[in-house]
Design a protein around this ligand. Sequence first.
Ligand code: GRG
Length: 277
Amino acid sequence: MQRLLPAADAEPQRLHAAMRYSVLEGGKRVRLLLASAAGELAHADVERVNVVAAAVELIHAYSLVHDDMPCMDNDVLRRGKPTCHVAYDEATALLVGDSLQALAFQLLAEHELSDDPRRQLAMVKLLAAASGSRGMAGGQAIDLASVGQQLTLPELENMHIRKTGALIRAAVLLGAYCGRLEQAQLDLLDHYGKCVGLAFQVVDDVLDSEADTATLGKTAGKDADNDKPTYVTLLGVPAAKQMAAELHREALQALAPFSADARRLHELADFIVLRKF
Ligand code: GRG
C-alpha cells in the first residue's frame, strides 16, 4: 500500500498526505490478510493477490474516514490517533474517502488479476456490490436509521451482514479469484467469509461494551452512547459470545476440506473471534 498510494509530496499534497495518513497509520489489516490467505490457499500469483488485498483495504479505510465524520459517527479517535477530519479538516476527509474508493477500483482495472478477463470483470463487480448501497454503504444507511430503534435479531443481522460482513466476505473471494479453484471450493470459502464477517461484528459489539478506549484505539462504549442496537443490547454479552463461537465453528467447518492449505484462514478466524482489540 506504501507503493500503491500516491506520494505525499505529489500534488495535491494535503490530500495525498491525508490519504496516506488514513491508510498507513495502524489498523489490524484483517481484510488484507484474509484476501492474502485466500489467495495463498488458491495458489494464486502473489503480486495479483497483493493488488486485490490493497484494494479491499483502501475501501475499508475510506469507510472508516467517512464513518468518523461529524455527519455520521462524529468520532475523534481512530487507530489511536486523531480521525482524518480532526487531523486535517472535513472537506479533506470527504475527499480522502472519495479518492481511496476511486483508487481501489483503479487498481482492479489497471492490473492483470486473472488470465480470464471475464473473471477480472466479475472481481470489479464483486467489490462494487460489496461496497455499494446493497452492501457496506447500504448497511451504514440502515445503521444510521436504527439509532434509538428496536431491531429484531434478523434485522440486526441484515444490517451487519451488509455494513461489515459484505466487505470481509468479498476480501476472501477476491483473494481466491486470483487463483484457480473449483466452484464448489469457492462456495466453501464464500461461506467461511460470511461466517467470519458476521463474527467480526458480533465480537466488535462485545469489545465496544467491554474493552477500554486505549486498548481499542477508538472510543469505547460508542454504541450505548449513541443508543444503537447491537448484539450485546439484543442478546446480552454471554449470548453474543456464544453466537461468535458458533460462527467460528461454522467457519472452520467450511475450511475442513482444504486441510493444511487453509492454515492461515484458520488462524484468521481464530484471531477474529478471540481478538481483544
Ligand atoms: C461510511 C460507507 C460508509 C460505511 C461505513 C465499516 C463502516 C461502514 C463503519 C465503521 C464503523 C464500525 C465501528 C463498524 C464496526 C466494525 C468495523 C468495520 C470496525 C472497524 O474495522 P477494524 O476493527 O478496523 O478492522 P482497523 O482499524 O483494525 O482496520
